[in-house]
Unconditional design. Sequence first.
Length: 261
Amino acid sequence: MLDNQPTGEERTVTYVGGATIDGAPIAYIVVLSAVCTALAFIPFSVIVALGGSFPLSQAIFPLVGWILGPIAGAIASGVGALVGVFVAPHTAGIPAVRVIGAVVASFVAGSMRHGTRRSWWWFPITVTGVICLALFGGRAMVQNGVSLWAVVAGAFIDWSALLLFALPTRALVSKWISSPNPGLMATGLGLGTWIAAGMAHLVKGMITYFMYNWPEDVWVTLIPIIPVENLLRVAVGITIGTGVITGLRAIGLVKPREAVY
């Protein structure tokens, strides 16, 4: 009697239907854009220098980059932020700056990689960050007479995020987020959110400072406030990110090609 059982390595088939952008299904991009828009309705903190408030969606922009990858994530967050400007004007701030910050946060987060073909992206991002910091701090000290200590202390989240991104800690973030260990995943989400949100703050701060040139008194006022705001982003990023990534792993959706989780 012949044995009709198949032999050889078992094959698996993964269905990836529909169009994609940089390996991320467009449906995923649309859904996460909608989430960013929805969270734009929730004020998160007060912008002391300019008035107004910024939205809770800022805390998940890095998460979008880790889920979709740097390019698709930047598109999703950018579109979500842009729509949020119109439907939630109470948290819009400066619309163009708001959208730029969303794009930067997701792009930087998605670029925190280890052992991939895009691991070199850290270098041009770091160079861009250094230029922004030099323009930002240089203008404050040279043109507006702000003291060095005020600039260093007031830009703490900016230069700390830039330093952590330039160092191998960016690779640790992606390793920890992809870890099955919940503690390591939460640590990676927290550290990564600090870095990505800080880099976005650096770019936005450089743009707005050239517009408003706030004096040293405002710098001093912001010194204790800005790190606390970023820690709140970190806390929200850990809380939402842990739940979302755990859920995505459990339900087994097709993973975007450039995803980090």
